[in-house]
Design a protein around this ligand. Structure first.
Ligand code: ADP
Ligand code: TRP
Length: 329
């Protein structure tokens, strides 16, 4: 059976971009019955930009609740924390030694992050190597991610090939990204890509009050209420994600006809979001009351993941000529 694997950074609260760009596909893959599923929280990766331990702990707790609430099922998927499988880091060292510095320097994500003022630490630069090892250590076939991760997947394949060539082995499997072509980047409240680092997110698990505030803050133009408006605006583009094509076209018509304000549309959008995530929001509240259950899920997931990862590392060591192997004696 093919393996589907993906990770998400615990560097903020889950937003609509993460959901439609990535998590929804995790759930679809999980429920399709076609894959053996691995989904993890990329907490080592978060260290490249998150320096407050309390915030990291809170985000990690939140993201696992989010995962479970939207439908990841520990019976069907192996769910774990990256930091519970330190072999990911170990493999990244093997890959580092076949990675040209220039390849990392050309990383879009790295360049974007430093342009935004993030401290250009080495972790940020070599982030794609760790991501490659997350993927390659499990012989992953399919990696569901948002469009912005495409280059990281290309780098992963590149590093896998470089290692295989260097040692003349067929050791790493080349993974395929699974990117929904018809899925545009989800726009944030300001019309740019929704991202926690741009402060333009809509967080489906926020309190109703916060959610309302976020929806109301969506940037629109100042066309007067009675006049016709551009039907493809920031509000309708988000609304589209939650409703049928018919309802979406209805909203577009109302905008075109005039006499329909952005405030009305935002109210409809808010209702659509609350309706769409109704069950998940309720489930999340229940799960939050049961931290022992969450711990057990993560423990089981990590044990399973680690067993696979350990084997891969043992083989990798042999291939490159490292003789240390006490874990397996
Ligand atoms: P952020 O940009 O908020 O830091 P991440 O980089 O942690 O989000 O992204 C986690 C996952 O969600 C990735 O697979 C990414 O492609 C996807 N994703 C994030 N934002 C969007 C967006 N606005 N539209 C589509 N997918 C997104
Ligand atoms: N870089 C990914 C992101 O920002 C998160 C991630 C880390 C990941 N390791 C991964 C995604 C492995 C898929 C597979 O979204």
């Amino acid at each position: 059976m093919q393996r589907s694997l993906s990770g998400i950074q615990p560097s903020g609260t889950l937003h609509l971009g993460n959901y439609f760009g990535a998590m929804k596909q995790f759930i679809e893959n999980q429920n399709s019955g076609k894959y053996e599923n691995f989904y993890f929280i990329a907490d080592y990766h978060a260290l490249t930009s998150l320096t407050n331990p309390e915030v990291l702990r809170e985000s990690t707790k939140n993201i696992i609740l989010d995962y479970l609430a939207i439908g990841l099922d520990p019976e069907k998927s192996t769910l774990f924390l990256q930091s519970d499988v330190p072999e990911h880091i170990e493999l990244s060292w093997f890959l580092s030694n076949v990675t040209p510095v220039g390849l990392m320097e050309r990383g879009h994500s790295y360049k974007d992050k430093i342009a935004k003022g993030l401290f250009p630490n080495t972790g940020l630069l070599t982030y794609p190597i760790l991501m490659a090892s997350d993927i390659l250590i499990y012989d992953t076939d399919i990696v569901p991610v948002g469009k912005d991760q495409k280059q990281h997947l290309e780098m992963t394949r590149d590093l896998a090939m470089k290692f295989n060539q260097q040692y003349n082995v067929e050791f790493f499997k080349l993974p395929e990204p699974l990117i929904l072509d018809n899925l545009a980047i989800v726009p944030g409240t300001d019309g740019q890509k929704m991202s926690k680092s741009y402060g333009n997110t809509i967080n489906m698990f926020a309190s109703k009050k916060v959610l309302k505030k976020q929806v109301m803050s969506i940037v629109t133009d100042s066309t007067p209420l009675e006049e016709p408006k551009n039907p493809d605006n920031n509000v309708s583009q988000l609304y589209k994600l939650f409703v049928t094509e018919e309802k979406y076209q209805e909203m577009r018509e109302k905008f075109k006809n005039g006499g329909y304000g952005y405030g009305h549309a935002k109210k409809e959008l808010l209702e659509a979001i609350l309706e769409y995530f109704k069950d998940a929001r309720e489930r999340r509240e229940e799960l939050a009351k049961n931290p022992e259950y969450i711990e057990e899920v993560l423990r089981k997931g990590a044990l399973k993941a680690r067993e696979i990862a350990r084997k891969k590392i043992t083989e990798a060591k042999k291939i490159v000529g490292l003789m240390g192997n006490v874990y397996n004696k």
